[in-house]
Design a protein around this ligand. Structure first.
Ligand code: FES
Length: 356
């Protein structure tokens, strides 16, 4: 009998030894399975076994097991319980707004419903252009608006897609949407304090998570540490003020260059302004890889779960969240719960770099 088994989870594949605990093996290979207690109680690690044999951790539903309690006994094909199915939809651009010097927001009206969890991303293909991965986010003006998918896109010099937005890509342009992907989403039902850290266009997924968390529980304890290079780049400041009206929301804006506008806005590195963490927190870090890595290390030192969405210019011409496999390898000593848009989600990691 073979000692090594092949485990397939959505679009990810890893090898594990026969008899390994599924969750441990997945995390050790940089593959995220949503989890919390790791002791069999919370059921947040439930997966469905589509093919193969796993022993232990049964949930009382046919094929469903708790990954932290089940052992791999053969090759497995798995699906994570509760994740929206990957689907394809079409839509059209309804509005384009310039948010900062190099951040554009595109509102897309899908012609079919698109289901995703806050923090997940979609493959977005404007007709005639290559597909890119972007996180849909909530409106920054109206928290209840659900008609459009809002994408905040960093304009990259020479970028084939981002430079066409507003010129060739205009209102009415057709868009193909595929997804959702990614595991760095807001865990529903949790009342842990949320510590949301974003640099630059990494604000989009963090905003999506914050708005969903507040809709779920208006008294949710949330700390948002949001940074940009300069005061002019803090394009989200009005949205942050809107969220600050909720009783347990703390906003910490940070800029890299000195400013005299307000003492509320802190100066320096985003990671230096993260509050003290504990295992009772849930941290989401989104933005440039250096920031995400710094936050993930801080979270790991305190055993706080950290879900990371590193954005990198993986596609040569666009700054999109990407699954930074090398980087994942560097940090896989931490439980991995995530991936970056192009593979984001997961526990612990960070990316940084102020934004626009
Ligand atoms: S039951 Fe809580 S992580 Fe598995």
């Amino acid at each position: 009998m073979r000692k090594t088994c092949r485990v397939m989870l959505r679009d990810q594949v890893f090898s594990a030894r026969r008899g390994d605990i599924l969750l441990d093996a997945a995390l050790a290979n940089g593959v995220d399975i949503p989890h919390d207690c790791r002791s069999g109680h919370c059921r947040s690690c439930r997966v469905r076994v589509l093919d193969g044999v796993a022993i232990g951790g049964e949930c009382g539903e046919l094929g469903a097991v708790r990954a932290c309690q089940t052992r791999i006994m053969s090759d497995l094909r798995l699906e994570i319980e509760g994740l929206p199915k990957i689907q394809t939809a079409v839509g059209e651009v309804r509005a384009i707004k310039k948010r900062a010097r190099d951040i554009i927001e595109v509102a897309v009206a899908p012609l079919q419903p698109v289901t995703y969890l806050p923090g997940q991303y979609l493959r977005v293909q404007f007709r005639g252009y290559p597909a890119r991965c972007y996180n849909p986010t909530a409106s920054m003006e109206e928290l209840r608006e659900r008609e459009f998918l809002h994408f905040q896109i960093q304009r990259v010099r020479g970028g084939r897609v981002s430079t066409a937005i507003g010129s060739d890509i205009r209102e009415g342009h057709r868009v193909k949407l595929q997804g959702p992907y990614g595991l760095a989403f807001l865990r529903p039902g949790s009342m842990k304090r949320l510590v949301l850290v974003a640099g630059g266009a990494g604000f989009a997924p963090v905003w999506s998570i914050a708005v969903a968390a507040i809709k779920e529980h208006q008294s949710r304890n949330i700390v948002m540490v949001v940074g940009a290079r300069s005061i002019e780049c803090l394009y989200m400041i009005n949205a942050l003020c809107m969220l600050a009206r909720y009783p347990n929301v703390t906003i910490i804006p940070v800029v890299g260059t000195p400013q005299n506008l307000s003492t509320t806005i802190r100066i320096g590195s985003i990671a230096d302004h993260i509050p003290e963490l504990s295992p009772e927190d849930a941290v989401h870090a989104c933005g440039p890889p250096r920031l995400v890595e710094a936050v993930s290390k801080i979270a790991a030192a305190t055993d706080a779960p950290c879900y990371c969405i590193p954005f990198s210019p993986q596609y040569a011409d666009e700054r999109a969240p990407s699954r930074l496999l090398n980087w994942f390898n560097d940090v896989k000593q931490y439980p991995i719960v995530a991936e970056g848009v192009s593979r984001h989600s997961g526990p612990r990691r960070a990316q940084a770099r102020a934004a626009c």
